[in-house]
Design a protein around this ligand. Structure first.
Ligand code: ATP
Ligand code: LTN
Length: 330
């Protein structure tokens, strides 16, 4: 019997998790694990939609598992696992492919952006189909809530559409999931260009603070972060860079943006950035140190992922069987 509502979210093991993924996703995952039955997945199959070096991918999966634990996810409480180890994800993905529409996938902005980089003609079919596998991830666990950053809103909308369409074609089967996008941290922008989101595929490493950057590297990146014209530390549409930096400060502390603005009244950008650098270093150093410690024992990490996959498989199997029956595959 399912007693608690479920949460599902995933993150790609593509290396260099950053302040954006922390504030937009990981930090909220830690907060929800108390209250919900939580599934947190390293979506290695999604990572393969763009070319990957097998050695690097293998290392990145472990690094991500270490980061999960280091930020505070508790494997006793949350189910932490790797997507490729639960075959039902791709199986349900296929079934959902049969009801997803070409028009819907063609409208996905992430596909348009990412496929443009190497030329749309040579983008993988999997990159195009990416959001359907994502819907399968979520629907397989009948998750009620999906904590993600703002950039995932469109994908989540497709998951909802597919759940509703399936239910109306074949009868009530899937929970229609709700996105959980918190205001603070939902869209952290690049430090060197506040019009772009902070991203690990950012062309310049100065644009993002990796969770594993050394403290001095972090300090330097914050010191060099772009600012706006003027000198007052305030958030406003005319000050996208300061708005972003204030959002980061607020996301990492318990303070509100307006409280921080008050605190820096009459002070300049320099003072603010210096303090922000310390706030970031203080928040990320323990995560970095714990991650590095955990990486010393890869067997332990592999064990956590395998134990998680075993638990996930049970739920996934039962949903898939139910789905088969609905579609006449039983
Ligand atoms: P990419 O290199 O494709 O941009 P990414 O940096 O966005 O990758 P993902 O693994 O795709 O990283 O994202 C993991 C989670 O972090 C998602 O829930 C996503 O919404 C969130 N996220 C990523 N970047 C940001 C950001 N800059 N601000 C807030 N949330 C973010
Ligand atoms: N598309 C997401 C990663 C992702 C995900 C999911 C997030 C894959 N499956 C299921 C939430 C729920 C991304 O690129 N950040």
């Amino acid at each position: 019997m399912q007693t608690k509502q479920r949460v599902f979210s995933g993150i790609q093991p593509s290396g260099a998790s950053h302040l954006g993924t922390y504030l937009g996703a990981l930090k909220n995952w830690v907060a929800v694990q108390e209250e919900y039955e939580s599934y947190f997945c390293i979506v290695d199959l999604h990572a393969l939609t763009v070319p990957q070096d097998p050695k690097v991918l293998r290392a990145n999966v472990r690094e991500m598992a270490a980061i999960f634990i280091a930020v505070g996810l508790d494997p006793e409480r949350s189910i932490i696992f790797r997507q490729s180890r639960v075959a039902e994800h791709t199986e349900l993905g296929w079934l959902l492919n049969c009801i997803a529409r070409v028009g819907e996938l063609s409208r996905m902005t992430q596909f348009k952006d990412k496929s443009q980089k190497g030329g749309a003609e040579s983008a993988s079919v999997a990159l195009y189909d990416y959001p359907v596998l994502q819907a399968a991830d979520i629907l397989l666990y009948n998750a009620h809530l999906v904590p993600v950053g703002e950039d995932q809103r469109q994908h989540l909308e497709l998951s909802r559409t597919l759940a509703r369409r399936f239910n109306s074609l074949y009868g009530e089967t899937f929970v229609v999931p709700e996105p959980m996008i918190l205001e603070t941290g939902a869209r952290v922008m690049a430090l060197d260009d506040p019009t772009r989101k902070m991203s690990k595929s950012s062309p310049t490493p100065g644009g993002y603070v990796s969770l594993l950057d050394e403290p001095d590297v972090t300090r330097r990146k914050i010191r060099r972060a772009k600012t706006d014209s003027g000198s007052e530390v305030t958030a406003s549409p005319e000050k996208p860079a300061l708005t972003n930096l204030l959002g980061i400060y607020a996301g990492l502390t318990v303070q509100s943006v307006s409280g921080i603005e008050d605190q820096y009244q009459g002070k300049g950008y320099g003072d603010f950035k210096k303090d922000l650098a310390e706030v970031v270093v203080e928040s990320l150093s323990p995560i970095r140190e714990r991650t590095l410690e955990l990486l010393d024992d890869p067997r332990e990490l592999d064990g956590i992922l395998e134990a998680g996959a075993e638990k996930a498989r049970e739920v996934a199997r039962s949903t898939l069987h139910h789905t088969w029956a609905r579609m006449g595959l039983d």
